[in-house]
Design a protein around this ligand. Structure first.
Ligand code: ATP
Ligand code: MG
Length: 564
């Protein structure tokens, strides 16, 4: 069992085949220290799948007393941006991890990569190829048919060196030629059919500016980055399994300072959402959501804004096996950890989401002054957190759904206020609904009720049987608040795994904004990102950006119970 510091939640340890490999490597003396890395490309914000990768990489380093680097795999300037670099750093830190030393950038090794490209050329292991993209794909063959050699494959090292220098100097247009490794055009592994090492890209880079106009391919960069950093176990997702022979080919054919090894595990997918930066970017660009950190997004920043705690996200990730197959995890599994954490840690509060006024007709008869302060526990399971004070006043709000005029409703079925009957206001009096005032259309405007004296913290007299307990907020002392309630972003279980475009499965009702909610007074002073259980409603968080004392804004995190 593992226990995370800031949550009391215990999670059974999930299977992790990489742990077994590391144990053996240490036992056999193949490595002395575990060094891992989390290598995002800064072309979008991180999502829940990345959270798993972060937990795996930083987690293994922690388990074995090693180190984990944060490295930006920034080899493609066209899609990358400093905004993403900054957001990714913040997300990793928020999740509770600290990388070893400084942030690393693939781009800071560009000089070294270029030296190694020259090395391959001199050794006769790389050549400049002038085939057009179309021709190159034709020459490449397909999975079941071998490719054929490019007519430029036999260029001499001297000729290649001169051409590569020209590529680098910007003398050719984009697409004019590429640098390729000379491996095997007949290999059954397509990745070994003379893969591209460098492309011409006349783009400014967010880290290196205009220093380069040729950029290394991912495959030519990744293993060498690992070698430079002394990474012992380079952990990536399954789609890179076919790239492993190439990863190893570069390490064999270059004078690298170390020989890291690559291991692949299954990607995390969750139903009812998408986990691909490209698709998430489309949701942002098409303004389907308010931004990368919209609380409906499965991004780390979205989950944060939704009110998920870092500990809950980590507990979820740690509950998942690290296996050699891709899997789809039920959203309910993530929600289980969110709820468990909040149930343990969120202070209780009252909020009326859909208010109707309730007036205590006999208030003055029983209470001196305008207000009686009643006490309620901050957390029913944690007495040590003490109590909070609630102003009980003549005019209150209760939720419309907690009142019915239908006197035939069974007591079991409707444990709330019914006309002519009793209910307890949580932490306050037992009251009886005596009268209903309606507007011209017949909508209930006000409920007139009477309190039963001496019932705060005490049972009512014999014969008075409240149907249940409901929440309330003082109309004169409570604060008006905006509450955003979220539904699933997609109505389809597998939005991006069918025939249709994933955008066709969007849920048109994924956001409702309730502007006339009422919260107990102290909630207006809640710190941004403060999480609460609104009693009988669910878990809510003070919005990180929009919540202010003068205009409280809460986001719904999750309901109290899993819906069936
Ligand atoms: P996306 O498809 O969302 O763009 P990516 O794999 O291109 O993801 P990178 O920035 O390259 O994103 O990923 C950084 C690391 O996170 C990689 O090691 C990658 O394997 C891992 N990763 C990405 N998505 C997932 C996922 N769904 N589950 C587990 N690990 C993931
Ligand atoms: Mg990628």
């Amino acid at each position: 069992m593992s226990k995370t510091e800031d949550s009391g939640v215990e999670t059974p340890k999930a299977d992790n085949f990489i742990e077994a490999i590391i144990k053996q490597d240490l036992a056999e003396g193949r490595i002395e220290k575990v060094v891992t890395r989390f290598p995002p490309e800064p072309n979008g914000y991180l999502h829940i799948g990345h959270a798993k990768s972060i937990c795996v990489n930083f987690g293994l380093a922690e388990t074995f007393g090693g180190e984990c680097n944060l490295r930006f795999d920034d080899t493609n300037p066209a899609k990358e941006d400093q905004e993403y670099v900054d957001a990714i750093k913040e997300d990793v830190r928020w999740l509770g991890f600290q990388w070893a030393g400084d942030i690393r950038y693939a781009s800071s090794y560009f000089d070294q990569f270029y030296q190694w490209a020259l090395y391959l050329v001199k050794e006769g292991n790389a050549y400049v190829c002038d085939l057009t993209a179309e021709q190159a794909s034709e020459y490449r063959g397909w999975a079941t048919a071998p490719g054929k050699d490019s007519p430029f494959r036999s260029r001499s090292p001297e000729e290649n060196l001169a051409l590569l220098e020209k590529m680098r100097a910007g003398e050719f247009d984009e697409g004019h030629c590429v640098l390729r490794a000379k491996i095997d055009m007949a290999s059954s592994n397509m990745n070994l059919r003379d893969p591209i090492l460098y492309r011409i890209r006349k783009e400014s880079h967010h880290q290196t500016g205009d220093k380069w106009c040729i950029y290394p391919a991912y495959d030519f960069a990744h293993g060498q980055e690992d070698a430079i950093e002394g990474v012992s176990h380079s952990i990536c997702t399954l789609e890179f399994a076919d790239h492993r022979p190439l990863y190893e080919w570069f390490l064999e054919h270059l004078p690298v300072p170390a020989k890291p090894r690559q291991y692949e595990f299954g990607r995390l997918n969750i139903n009812y959402t998408v986990t691909s930066k490209r698709k998430l970017k489309q949701l942002v660009d098409d303004k389907v959501v308010a931004g990368w950190d919209d609380p409906r997004m499965p991004t780390i920043s979205g989950m944060r804004r939704r009110g998920y705690s870092p500990a809950a996200v980590r507990n979820f990730c740690q509950s998942l096996a690290v296996a050699k197959t891709d899997g789809v995890v039920d959203m309910a599994q993530l929600e289980f950890f969110i709820r468990e954490d909040l149930n343990d840690n969120a202070p209780r509060a009252m909020c009326v989401l859909n208010p109707v006024k309730l007036i205590i007709s006999n208030f003055e008869e029983h209470i001196n002054g305008d207000v009686q302060t009643v006490a309620a526990p901050v957390h029913p399971g944690k007495e040590e957190l003490g109590t909070r004070e609630l102003p009980f006043t003549k005019e209150l709000y209760i939720d419309r759904a907690d009142f019915s005029e239908d006197t035939t409703l069974g007591r079991k079925k409707f444990k709330r206020l019914v006309f002519g009957e009793y209910v307890r206001l949580r932490s306050a009096y037992v009251i009886k609904a005596d009268e209903v005032i309606k507007d011209a259309e017949g909508n209930i405007e006000t409920i007139i009720a009477s309190l039963v004296p001496d019932t705060v913290g005490e049972s009512p007299p014999e014969g008075i049987k409240p149907r249940g307990v409901i929440h309330w907020v003082s109309a004169s002392h409570g604060k008006q608040a905006t509450v955003r309630v979220y539904g699933r972003l997609f109505v389809h279980e597998a939005p991006d795994r069918g025939e249709e475009n994933f955008m066709q499965h969007l849920n048109p009702d994924s956001l409702s904004v309730l502007q006339n909610c009422w919260v107990e007074p102290s909630l207006a002073d809640a710190a941004p990102e403060g999480a609460f259980q609104f009693e009988r409603e669910g878990y809510f968080v003070a919005d990180r950006y929009d919540h202010q004392t003068g205009s409280p804004v809460f986001n719904m995190t999750i309901g109290l119970r899993a819906s069936k």
